[in-house]
Design a protein around this ligand. Structure first.
Ligand SMILES: [Zn+2]
Ligand SMILES: [Zn+2]
Length: 124
């Protein structure tokens, strides 16, 4: 059972990332995020609050800090604050998740979990 439960079945959840690519905290819980403003796509380990902000360079990590004003994190690409502090909660999470097609179109298809790579991943 996924932890992340988007209302739309097209959106990805925490079972849709290729976990083998991310050597994180050892207890990885990974989900793709997509900025509603600029459409930048990155990966969030919500177990330890680590963001893989550049999926072409997985050494490029950030630890998102809520902005002092509203407690909302900001997109690592355009700096727009998320509308929701609890962006992974079921009511709002759809705003911040991509589809497999969007991940593939952004050039990150290789980081899709195997069951999605068969359809959306790069030919290897
Ligand atoms: Zn982690
Ligand atoms: Zn953005």
């Amino acid at each position: 059972m996924p932890d992340i439960k988007p209302n739309s079945s097209l959106l990805l959840n925490d079972e849709d990332v290729e976990y083998a690519h991310f050597k994180c905290c050892g207890d990885e819980d990974l989900v793709f995020l997509r900025c509603p403003s600029c459409r930048h796509i990155w990966v969030d380990c919500y177990e330890c609050d680590t963001w893989y902000v550049d999926l072409h360079d997985l050494s490029n990590v950030q630890h998102p800090e809520p902005s002092p004003a509203g407690g909302h994190v900001r997109c690592p690409s355009c700096g727009t604050a998320f509308e929701d502090a609890q962006y992974l909660s079921k009511d709002v999470v759809d705003k911040y998740l991509p589809t497999a097609e969007q991940v593939a179109d952004a050039g990150h298809g290789r980081h899709l979990a195997r069951h999605l790579r068969i359809r959306f991943g790069p030919e290897t």
